[in-house]
Design a protein around this ligand. Sequence first.
Ligand SMILES: [Mn+2]
Length: 385
Amino acid sequence: MSNQPENEAQRALEKEQQLSLTGWQQEVQDGLNYGLEAADSIKDRTISTFSRGELPHYAGINTFLKAPYLEDVNKVGNYDVAIVGVPHDSGTTYRPGTRFGPQGIRRISALYTPYNFELGVDLREQIKLCDVGDIFTIPGNNEKSFDQISKGIAHIFKSGAFPIILGGDHSIGFPTVRGVCRHLGDKKIGIIHFDRHVDTQETDLDERMHTCPWFHATNMKNAPAKNLVQLGIGGWQVPRQGVKVCRERATNILTVTDITEMGLDAAADFAIEKATDGTDCVWISFDIDCIDAGFVPGTGWPEPGGLLPREALYLLKKIVQNTTVCGIEVVEVSPPYDVSDMTSLMATRVICDTMAHLVVSGQLPRQQKPDYIYEESQVVDEPWS
Ligand SMILES: [Mn+2]
């Protein structure tokens, strides 16, 4: 008999012991300093009068995971990770409501602790996280909103903080990637796109809607179409114009059946191989509707037959742990259509898991600014009219 723990649960019990408590202790101390010591009848003297940290989970101001709100975005480079909301749903062609996605995700994120059992990660102890609030989008005007989004994401990306975007409908996939590409110089980005829909047509209803981000993103020289991987595509909502573009540009599509037949490990390996071939980093665009509609009712274009949550989370784990990830967006959460916050909770899970996998794989905390970031801004696209 070896002394190695035999299963995941036993390894998890051991890993927890290795984690520090200094972040937690600091939070308690700050709570007592800023929120007053508790009333005399309270025996647990870590509790303050005014809630100032994680506890209780139902109290407090709703930033993501109750991370500090960074009012001065000039200081975003002091953090490992920046959460940013993009409350834009003017690109929606069926159910609107994703402008409330950032609010919905932040609200249910209050349920989570910063610690994950199986991974043995405590985000409060291991990274510096902030929430920079939302981009000022312009309702009813996609192009002006896109300009705001690209400028905001470029600012965060250039600072060295890892950007995590709370959407918003999927039209934001183009301006987020454009913001990143402005600071890539000659470097290239691979896009791994979880979705039921291809989102590759040039226009929809005469505008660049949420069915169009990858047509425009892969027109930029930093984001080649051959490095676009599309996982979970299928069903009755895939417009034929988009399919034609995928064929012409030779994007890399796997259906849900492809993924389950080849197995999750082989599917993740396929995604990694295609997205990293000749590129310097990977962008993850996670449309919550890639998961079966029964688990995510609060979304713009629900489609039955998608991935199971644990399949999607497993693919995410393999991909994040084995590539150089430069940012992630989670899109199409529409709280007005949600039930019991379950769709927002799935988005929260995707985001927290991503941060934990970045810690496990040594990508966070940032030791230095990643070398794919180019200080000077470049023009990466043609004007659109
Ligand atoms: Mn979709």
